[in-house]
Design a protein around this ligand. Structure first.
Ligand code: PLP
Length: 447
């Protein structure tokens, strides 16, 4: 951390807060009572007053290696001084090739090809475009429909909000993409409340895909996209066998299956990717966040050999995919990602969630008695969620109260409505877990 009293840009409260329109924020309320983070190291932030804040959310599900890790910091600094930017349209530089090779080794076979983006939203839009283009490249251009799921979050591009299923993220922005439908979600508190790990009930909800396939006719559907575990909607877990059944239905009808692993990727559930922990391999996988441990914006789409191969059939001199971003494979992001992967490997972070899962679940579920308003607790890997009953006439008020009070106490949590979500950096120790749940228990008791 910077020495006490140090001054540098960003360490003190800004003179004015008028101009920055903050994302997904109640801006006027925030300015009246700001929560300003200024520095970060290991498991802790410090706010502009110098108070330590224990990071219960890895930033925003992204800083999986913890904060200010020396290897990553040095790699970014070195790369900025060596080469700041390189174009990757009909031109190349070494690092994205090296990084894609390393990522391929981590991913399940046959996800052997990597397309770089700058965010989860861009990864989702990229995957959806590749899915539609793939069918067209194979002579099935009529397969352009996409199936998402209720309560899904796939970022904020027009593709992502169209397949996404969170009403607030959709209703302000027009009709979205045509030809999109949604399966039912798998949150079923009535049957599964307080179950540890995966919810026992609900595998039959996978049959909703079969219903949609019959409704639209399989020959019109390009892809199905799901988060193996949804995070932003408040942590929704798949019943055992559910993802396997989606895979089977997609295979039966020639539909591509895309896993959005933006929050589950890079060790969150005790394996490099949730696909591996669940034993289900999609045709494409979108990632971001943990790819660089949140240090530099970067996303990626893993693409299976079979899908990639169809784009390699045209004349060698023809561009195979008319898609890409100025910053696809940005050198700083690649340097950060390579150093992040080294850090994950050296410290065993991609499987650490498995070792801590029971301890984490014990502490989390022990919070059940701390407030009568708790209606469910969910956990998997190093993910936790506590669901509160909404206050009469004020949904989200209890969740916000927890966010605010936890911050004042020295704990960063994430809330969506009345669901509190936890996803600490994977370097978390048992003593941090104890501190986290002790602070949270005190806050919940005041509700
Ligand atoms: N997909 C999933 C599953 C996510 O959880 C998120 C972000 O939380 C996104 C996509 C969007 O990522 P980004 O905010 O980097 O665009």
């Amino acid at each position: 951390f910077p020495a006490p009293g140090a001054t540098a840009p960003g360490l003190t409260a800004p003179a004015s807060m008028d101009a920055f329109w903050m994302p997904f924020t109640a801006n006027r309320q925030f300015r009246r009572s700001p929560r300003l983070l200024a520095a970060a190291e290991g498991m802790y932030y410090r706010d502009v007053e110098g108070r330590p804040i224990l990071d219960g959310t890895a930033g925003l599900w992204c800083c999986n290696a913890g904060h200010a890790r020396p290897r990553i910091v040095q790699a970014i600094a070195r790369q900025a001084a060596t080469m700041d930017f390189a174009p990757h349209f009909q031109m190349g530089s070494p690092l994205p090739f090296e990084l894609a090779g390393r990522l391929k080794e981590l991913a399940p076979r046959p996800l052997d090809h990597v397309f770089f983006t700058n965010s989860g939203s861009e990864s989702v839009d990229t995957a959806l475009k590749i899915a539609i283009a793939w069918h067209r490249a194979r002579g099935e251009g009529q397969r352009a429909k996409l199936i998402g799921r209720e309560k899904a979050y796939h970022g904020v591009g027009f593709g992502g909000i169209s397949v996404g299923g969170l009403p607030n993220n959709r209703k302000w922005f027009g009709p979205g993409l045509p030809g999109v439908d949604h399966m039912r979600h798998t949150l079923d508190i009535a049957r599964n409340a307080f179950s540890r790990g995966l919810p026992p009930h609900g595998v039959e909800l996978a049959e909703d895909l079969e219903r949609l396939v019959q409704l639209h006719d399989p020959s019109t559907i390009a892809a199905v996209i799901v988060e193996p575990i949804s995070g932003s909607a408040g942590v929704i877990l798949p019943p055992p066998g559910y993802l396997q059944r989606l895979r089977e239905i997609c295979d039966n009808y020639g539909i591509l299956l895309v896993f959005d692993e933006v929050i589950t990727g890079f060790g969150r559930v005790g394996a490099p990717f949730a696909a591996q922990r669940f034993g289900v391999t999609p045709d494409m996988m979108t990632v971001a966040k943990g790819l660089t441990s949140g240090c530099v914006p970067m996303g990626a789409v893993f693409v299976s050999d079979r899908v990639h191969e169809a784009f390699m059939q045209g004349p060698e001199g023809a561009i195979d995919l008319f898609h890409g971003y100025t910053y696809s494979g940005h050198p700083l992001a690649c340097a950060a990602a390579l150093a992040t992967l080294d850090t994950y490997a050296e410290e065993g972070l991609l499987t650490r969630a498995l070792e801590l899962e029971d301890y984490w679940a014990d502490g989390l579920h022990a919070l059940r008695g701390s407030s009568p308003h708790i209606i469910d607790i969910r956990n998997y890997g190093l993910i936790g969620a506590i669901e509160l009953a909404p206050q009469d006439g004020a949904p989200g008020a209890r969740g916000y109260q927890v966010l605010e009070q936890a911050f004042r106490k020295g704990l960063l949590v994430r809330t969506t409505g009345d669901t509190i979500a936890l996803s600490p950096p994977l370097i978390v120790e048992r003593r941090h877990i104890d501190d986290m749940f002790s602070m949270l228990g005190e806050v919940l008791a005041t509700l």
